[in-house]
Design a protein around this ligand. Structure first.
Ligand code: G3P
Length: 211
């Protein structure tokens, strides 16, 4: 089971490097940094696990060209490809070259099955954006995990667009292989106020008894 940080912030990634298995980025996150590709290179040095970098092309040939270029950045790079028809055709190329991929912007079970059939390393169903429309994002995770088990697909379900620790718990209950979260959610996953309150009490009582 893998926890990824959904971030392009070197500060956030450094702060949580001990607790994450990898990093996912997307064009919106990378639009917030000055030198996106330099930043990605630094992220691949800070984190030894998978680092997802998304293509920005939309045509099959241009996506394939980006797949080649992105995959050369670092050994732990995972090429993120949108789940369009051109993205799926380009995925077949990446799979044939042994390049790790993360098929993103997944909003249906059938999209996920095509990604798995074509050899995606990860597929990223977006929970929060479905919930934003009043749909059931977690149900998509349950269904994809069940379908993948039915066919022994090797593609890992990487739950994304996570808006709460409730989403994290529900995705784990559904059997998601990996979950990517923003720093705010990761902090909530790690810290609990009752732990700190309880520790303070333990130490106060201990120190009192030693006087
Ligand atoms: O980076 C992929 C995904 O986690 C983005 O989610 O909906 O918060 O932009 P969102």
């Amino acid at each position: 089971m893998e926890f990824f940080l959904d971030s392009s912030s070197l500060e956030e990634i450094s702060e949580f490097s001990e607790f994450i298995d990898g990093v996912t980025t997307n064009p919106t996150l990378l639009s917030k940094v000055d030198k996106p590709y330099k930043t990605i290179e630094k992220i691949t040095e800070i984190i030894s696990g998978p680092v997802s970098l998304e293509v920005i092309s939309t045509t099959k040939d241009e996506i394939i060209n980006e797949i080649d270029n992105i995959s050369r950045i670092a050994k732990n790079i995972v090429v993120k490809i949108p789940l369009t028809t051109n993205g799926l055709i380009a995925l077949k190329y990446a799979t044939s070259k042994g390049i790790k991929t993360n098929l993103t912007l997944c909003f249906s079970e059938t999209q996920a099955v095509f990604a798995a059939k074509f050899g995606a390393t990860y597929v990223s169903p977006f929970i929060g954006r479905l919930d934003d429309l009043g749909l059931d994002g977690i149900n998509l995770i349950y269904n994809i995990c069940e379908i993948f088990n039915n066919y022994n697909f090797n593609t890992k379900v990487l739950s994304a667009s996570v808006r709460s620790t409730a989403h994290v718990v529900a995705a784990m209950k559904a059997g998601s292989d990996a979950i990517t979260v923003p720093a705010k959610i990761l902090k909530q996953m790690l810290y609990h106020p009752l732990t700190n309150i309880g520790l303070d009490t333990f130490l106060k009582d201990w120190n009192k008894s030693k006087k």
